[in-house]
Design a protein around this ligand. Structure first.
Ligand SMILES: Nc1ncnc2c1ncn2[C@@H]1O[C@H](COP(=O)(O)OP(=O)(O)OP(=O)(O)O)[C@@H](O)[C@H]1O
Ligand SMILES: [Mg+2]
Length: 275
Protein backbone atom coordinates (compact mmCIF):
# COMPACT_ATOMS: atom_id res chain seq x y z
CA UNK A 1 0.00 0.00 0.00
CA UNK A 2 1.34 3.46 -0.81
CA UNK A 3 1.63 5.87 2.07
CA UNK A 4 -0.90 8.25 0.58
CA UNK A 5 -4.46 7.10 0.57
CA UNK A 6 -7.88 8.18 -0.50
CA UNK A 7 -10.43 6.82 1.95
CA UNK A 8 -13.95 6.05 0.73
CA UNK A 9 -16.75 5.62 3.24
CA UNK A 10 -18.92 2.75 2.00
CA UNK A 11 -22.36 2.54 3.50
CA UNK A 12 -23.63 -0.41 1.57
CA UNK A 13 -26.24 1.32 -0.53
CA UNK A 14 -25.80 2.11 -4.19
CA UNK A 15 -25.16 5.72 -3.04
CA UNK A 16 -21.50 5.04 -2.69
CA UNK A 17 -20.81 3.46 -6.10
CA UNK A 18 -20.19 6.83 -7.63
CA UNK A 19 -18.01 7.84 -4.69
CA UNK A 20 -15.84 4.80 -5.45
CA UNK A 21 -15.77 5.80 -9.11
CA UNK A 22 -14.64 9.35 -8.20
CA UNK A 23 -11.98 8.01 -5.83
CA UNK A 24 -10.65 5.63 -8.49
CA UNK A 25 -10.17 8.49 -10.98
CA UNK A 26 -8.56 10.69 -8.35
CA UNK A 27 -6.26 7.94 -7.08
CA UNK A 28 -5.08 7.37 -10.65
CA UNK A 29 -4.38 11.11 -11.07
CA UNK A 30 -2.55 11.33 -7.73
CA UNK A 31 -0.76 8.01 -7.84
CA UNK A 32 -2.19 7.02 -4.45
CA UNK A 33 -3.97 3.98 -3.09
CA UNK A 34 -7.59 3.62 -2.05
CA UNK A 35 -8.88 2.44 1.31
CA UNK A 36 -12.54 1.43 1.49
CA UNK A 37 -13.99 1.63 4.98
CA UNK A 38 -17.35 0.33 6.14
CA UNK A 39 -18.35 1.44 9.64
CA UNK A 40 -20.16 -1.41 11.38
CA UNK A 41 -22.40 0.05 14.07
CA UNK A 42 -23.75 -3.11 15.71
CA UNK A 43 -20.99 -3.55 18.36
CA UNK A 44 -21.80 -0.02 19.55
CA UNK A 45 -25.15 -1.17 20.87
CA UNK A 46 -25.00 -2.96 24.20
CA UNK A 47 -26.76 -6.32 23.98
CA UNK A 48 -28.20 -7.16 27.37
CA UNK A 49 -29.25 -10.79 27.10
CA UNK A 50 -26.40 -13.02 26.09
CA UNK A 51 -25.04 -13.46 22.57
CA UNK A 52 -27.34 -12.09 19.92
CA UNK A 53 -28.70 -14.36 17.23
CA UNK A 54 -28.73 -11.64 14.65
CA UNK A 55 -25.17 -10.41 15.19
CA UNK A 56 -23.43 -13.04 12.99
CA UNK A 57 -25.87 -12.28 10.17
CA UNK A 58 -25.28 -8.55 10.45
CA UNK A 59 -21.55 -9.07 10.53
CA UNK A 60 -21.75 -11.27 7.43
CA UNK A 61 -23.84 -8.59 5.72
CA UNK A 62 -21.23 -5.94 6.62
CA UNK A 63 -18.47 -8.17 5.28
CA UNK A 64 -20.39 -8.58 2.03
CA UNK A 65 -20.62 -4.79 1.69
CA UNK A 66 -16.86 -4.62 2.10
CA UNK A 67 -16.27 -7.43 -0.41
CA UNK A 68 -18.68 -5.95 -2.98
CA UNK A 69 -17.12 -2.49 -2.78
CA UNK A 70 -13.65 -4.01 -3.11
CA UNK A 71 -14.77 -5.89 -6.19
CA UNK A 72 -16.21 -2.74 -7.77
CA UNK A 73 -13.14 -0.63 -6.96
CA UNK A 74 -10.79 -3.30 -8.30
CA UNK A 75 -12.79 -3.45 -11.53
CA UNK A 76 -12.67 0.35 -11.88
CA UNK A 77 -9.02 0.74 -10.96
CA UNK A 78 -7.15 -2.52 -11.52
CA UNK A 79 -3.70 -0.89 -11.26
CA UNK A 80 -4.30 0.88 -7.98
CA UNK A 81 -3.51 -0.63 -4.58
CA UNK A 82 -6.81 -1.04 -2.76
CA UNK A 83 -7.64 -2.23 0.74
CA UNK A 84 -11.09 -2.66 2.25
CA UNK A 85 -12.03 -3.01 5.90
CA UNK A 86 -14.95 -3.31 8.25
CA UNK A 87 -14.30 -1.04 11.20
CA UNK A 88 -16.51 -1.24 14.31
CA UNK A 89 -18.14 2.06 15.24
CA UNK A 90 -20.51 4.76 14.04
CA UNK A 91 -19.69 6.25 10.63
CA UNK A 92 -18.74 9.78 11.80
CA UNK A 93 -16.14 8.85 14.43
CA UNK A 94 -14.77 6.03 12.29
CA UNK A 95 -14.26 8.27 9.27
CA UNK A 96 -13.02 11.20 11.36
CA UNK A 97 -10.34 8.91 12.73
CA UNK A 98 -9.47 7.80 9.19
CA UNK A 99 -9.19 11.45 8.12
CA UNK A 100 -6.13 11.89 10.33
CA UNK A 101 -4.06 9.79 7.97
CA UNK A 102 -5.99 10.07 4.69
CA UNK A 103 -5.20 12.52 1.89
CA UNK A 104 -8.91 12.77 1.11
CA UNK A 105 -12.18 11.29 2.31
CA UNK A 106 -14.86 10.56 -0.28
CA UNK A 107 -18.48 9.85 0.62
CA UNK A 108 -21.69 9.38 -1.30
CA UNK A 109 -24.93 11.24 -0.82
CA UNK A 110 -28.48 10.80 -1.95
CA UNK A 111 -30.25 13.15 -4.32
CA UNK A 112 -33.74 14.12 -3.28
CA UNK A 113 -36.46 14.78 -5.80
CA UNK A 114 -37.07 18.20 -7.33
CA UNK A 115 -35.73 21.41 -5.89
CA UNK A 116 -34.80 19.95 -2.52
CA UNK A 117 -31.33 19.15 -3.69
CA UNK A 118 -29.23 16.61 -1.93
CA UNK A 119 -29.41 14.81 1.33
CA UNK A 120 -26.06 15.22 2.97
CA UNK A 121 -26.59 13.14 6.08
CA UNK A 122 -25.20 13.83 9.51
CA UNK A 123 -22.04 11.89 8.67
CA UNK A 124 -21.38 14.15 5.69
CA UNK A 125 -22.02 17.33 7.66
CA UNK A 126 -19.90 16.16 10.57
CA UNK A 127 -17.03 15.21 8.31
CA UNK A 128 -17.21 18.41 6.27
CA UNK A 129 -16.98 20.36 9.50
CA UNK A 130 -14.43 18.34 11.47
CA UNK A 131 -12.32 16.09 9.24
CA UNK A 132 -8.56 16.56 9.08
CA UNK A 133 -8.41 16.38 5.31
CA UNK A 134 -10.59 17.56 2.40
CA UNK A 135 -13.97 15.83 2.12
CA UNK A 136 -15.56 15.08 -1.26
CA UNK A 137 -19.29 14.48 -1.50
CA UNK A 138 -20.36 12.65 -4.65
CA UNK A 139 -24.00 12.14 -5.69
CA UNK A 140 -25.18 8.96 -7.37
CA UNK A 141 -25.91 10.80 -10.63
CA UNK A 142 -22.88 13.10 -10.71
CA UNK A 143 -20.76 12.77 -13.82
CA UNK A 144 -17.37 11.83 -12.47
CA UNK A 145 -15.03 12.80 -15.29
CA UNK A 146 -17.08 15.24 -17.31
CA UNK A 147 -17.65 18.94 -17.00
CA UNK A 148 -15.63 21.98 -17.75
CA UNK A 149 -13.20 22.01 -14.91
CA UNK A 150 -13.04 23.09 -11.31
CA UNK A 151 -14.78 26.06 -9.69
CA UNK A 152 -13.28 27.42 -6.48
CA UNK A 153 -15.15 29.74 -4.10
CA UNK A 154 -12.74 32.33 -2.70
CA UNK A 155 -13.73 34.74 0.08
CA UNK A 156 -10.28 35.51 1.43
CA UNK A 157 -10.61 33.25 4.50
CA UNK A 158 -7.93 30.70 5.49
CA UNK A 159 -10.23 27.82 4.52
CA UNK A 160 -10.85 29.40 1.12
CA UNK A 161 -7.08 29.73 0.74
CA UNK A 162 -6.72 25.97 1.20
CA UNK A 163 -9.69 25.48 -1.16
CA UNK A 164 -7.73 27.50 -3.71
CA UNK A 165 -4.62 25.34 -3.23
CA UNK A 166 -6.71 22.19 -3.53
CA UNK A 167 -8.65 23.35 -6.61
CA UNK A 168 -5.58 24.57 -8.52
CA UNK A 169 -3.82 21.33 -7.73
CA UNK A 170 -6.84 19.34 -8.95
CA UNK A 171 -6.89 21.34 -12.20
CA UNK A 172 -3.19 20.68 -12.76
CA UNK A 173 -3.47 16.96 -12.10
CA UNK A 174 -6.51 16.49 -14.29
CA UNK A 175 -5.51 18.96 -17.02
CA UNK A 176 -8.72 20.96 -16.69
CA UNK A 177 -9.60 24.65 -16.31
CA UNK A 178 -9.80 26.36 -12.95
CA UNK A 179 -12.24 29.20 -12.34
CA UNK A 180 -11.78 31.11 -9.11
CA UNK A 181 -14.97 32.90 -8.12
CA UNK A 182 -15.14 35.73 -5.58
CA UNK A 183 -18.63 37.06 -5.04
CA UNK A 184 -19.12 40.50 -3.64
CA UNK A 185 -22.40 40.57 -1.76
CA UNK A 186 -23.95 44.05 -2.05
CA UNK A 187 -23.95 45.95 1.27
CA UNK A 188 -21.11 43.81 2.57
CA UNK A 189 -18.10 46.03 2.05
CA UNK A 190 -16.47 44.87 5.26
CA UNK A 191 -15.84 41.37 3.93
CA UNK A 192 -15.14 42.38 0.38
CA UNK A 193 -12.42 40.59 -1.58
CA UNK A 194 -11.22 43.11 -4.18
CA UNK A 195 -10.18 42.18 -7.70
CA UNK A 196 -6.65 42.93 -6.59
CA UNK A 197 -6.92 40.56 -3.57
CA UNK A 198 -8.23 37.82 -5.83
CA UNK A 199 -5.48 38.24 -8.42
CA UNK A 200 -2.81 38.30 -5.73
CA UNK A 201 -4.15 35.16 -4.04
CA UNK A 202 -4.11 33.23 -7.31
CA UNK A 203 -0.79 34.56 -8.60
CA UNK A 204 0.98 33.69 -5.38
CA UNK A 205 0.01 30.04 -5.82
CA UNK A 206 -0.18 29.31 -9.47
CA UNK A 207 2.09 26.70 -10.89
CA UNK A 208 -0.19 24.98 -13.38
CA UNK A 209 -2.67 26.09 -16.03
CA UNK A 210 -3.79 29.71 -15.91
CA UNK A 211 -6.89 30.17 -13.77
CA UNK A 212 -9.78 32.35 -14.83
CA UNK A 213 -10.60 34.98 -12.21
CA UNK A 214 -14.27 35.76 -11.79
CA UNK A 215 -15.20 38.72 -9.63
CA UNK A 216 -18.94 39.26 -9.52
CA UNK A 217 -21.57 40.98 -7.42
CA UNK A 218 -24.49 38.91 -6.13
CA UNK A 219 -25.44 36.28 -3.61
CA UNK A 220 -22.37 34.09 -2.94
CA UNK A 221 -24.06 30.67 -2.90
CA UNK A 222 -26.26 31.48 -5.89
CA UNK A 223 -23.28 32.67 -7.96
CA UNK A 224 -21.13 29.70 -7.00
CA UNK A 225 -23.93 27.35 -8.03
CA UNK A 226 -24.37 29.22 -11.30
CA UNK A 227 -20.66 29.10 -12.18
CA UNK A 228 -20.38 25.46 -11.19
CA UNK A 229 -23.39 24.33 -13.25
CA UNK A 230 -21.09 22.94 -15.98
CA UNK A 231 -18.16 22.08 -13.70
CA UNK A 232 -16.79 18.68 -12.73
CA UNK A 233 -15.95 19.80 -9.20
CA UNK A 234 -16.70 22.77 -6.94
CA UNK A 235 -14.42 23.52 -3.97
CA UNK A 236 -15.31 25.56 -0.88
CA UNK A 237 -14.12 25.92 2.70
CA UNK A 238 -16.35 24.60 5.49
CA UNK A 239 -16.37 28.12 6.92
CA UNK A 240 -15.50 31.49 5.52
CA UNK A 241 -15.05 35.00 6.79
CA UNK A 242 -18.46 35.14 8.43
CA UNK A 243 -18.86 34.54 11.94
CA UNK A 244 -21.33 32.40 13.84
CA UNK A 245 -18.84 30.10 15.46
CA UNK A 246 -21.61 27.81 16.73
CA UNK A 247 -22.46 26.66 13.21
CA UNK A 248 -20.72 23.59 11.86
CA UNK A 249 -20.80 24.80 8.29
CA UNK A 250 -21.21 28.29 6.88
CA UNK A 251 -24.35 29.16 4.96
CA UNK A 252 -22.57 29.21 1.59
CA UNK A 253 -20.92 25.83 2.00
CA UNK A 254 -24.20 24.33 3.24
CA UNK A 255 -26.13 25.54 0.20
CA UNK A 256 -23.42 24.50 -2.23
CA UNK A 257 -23.25 21.04 -0.65
CA UNK A 258 -26.99 20.62 -0.97
CA UNK A 259 -27.56 22.06 -4.38
CA UNK A 260 -24.47 21.70 -6.58
CA UNK A 261 -24.94 19.64 -9.72
CA UNK A 262 -21.47 18.13 -9.46
CA UNK A 263 -19.20 16.64 -6.77
CA UNK A 264 -18.33 19.10 -3.98
CA UNK A 265 -15.02 19.30 -2.16
CA UNK A 266 -15.18 20.89 1.30
CA UNK A 267 -12.04 21.94 3.13
CA UNK A 268 -12.79 21.55 6.86
CA UNK A 269 -11.34 23.94 9.40
CA UNK A 270 -9.23 21.26 11.02
CA UNK A 271 -7.66 20.51 7.67
CA UNK A 272 -6.61 24.15 7.50
CA UNK A 273 -5.00 24.19 10.93
CA UNK A 274 -2.96 21.06 10.44
CA UNK A 275 -1.80 21.76 6.90
N1 LIG B 1 -18.45 35.76 -1.19
C1 LIG B 1 -17.92 34.57 -1.52
N2 LIG B 1 -17.35 34.40 -2.73
C2 LIG B 1 -16.82 33.21 -3.07
N3 LIG B 1 -16.79 32.14 -2.26
C3 LIG B 1 -17.36 32.25 -1.05
C4 LIG B 1 -17.97 33.48 -0.63
N4 LIG B 1 -18.44 33.30 0.63
C5 LIG B 1 -18.14 32.02 0.96
N5 LIG B 1 -17.49 31.39 -0.04
C6 LIG B 1 -16.97 30.01 -0.04
O1 LIG B 1 -17.72 29.26 0.90
C7 LIG B 1 -16.88 28.81 1.97
C8 LIG B 1 -17.68 28.82 3.27
O2 LIG B 1 -18.07 30.15 3.58
P1 LIG B 1 -19.42 30.48 4.30
O3 LIG B 1 -19.80 31.87 3.90
O4 LIG B 1 -20.38 29.39 4.05
O5 LIG B 1 -19.00 30.43 5.84
P2 LIG B 1 -18.99 31.61 6.90
O6 LIG B 1 -18.53 32.87 6.24
O7 LIG B 1 -18.17 31.09 8.04
O8 LIG B 1 -20.51 31.68 7.35
P3 LIG B 1 -21.66 32.75 7.00
O9 LIG B 1 -21.23 33.53 5.78
O10 LIG B 1 -22.86 31.91 6.77
O11 LIG B 1 -21.71 33.60 8.25
C9 LIG B 1 -15.68 29.74 1.92
O12 LIG B 1 -14.52 29.14 2.49
C10 LIG B 1 -15.53 29.97 0.43
O13 LIG B 1 -14.91 28.83 -0.17
MG1 LIG C 1 -19.50 33.80 4.59
Amino acid sequence: MTEHTIVVGVGGESDCENAIRWAAAEAAARGTGIRLVHAFVWPEFPVALGPSEVAPGLRAHADKIVADSLELATKLAPEIPITADRVDGFPSPVLLRESRTADLIVIGSRRLGGALGVLVGSTGTDLAAHAHCPVIVVRPDDAVDQGRGVVIGYDGSPAAGVALDFGLDYARRHHVDARVVAVHAPNDDQQRVTQHDLARAVQSRQTGPVAELIHVTGKPAEELLRWSADARLVVVGSRGRGGFTGMLLGSVSQTVLRQARCPVAVIPRSAVQTS
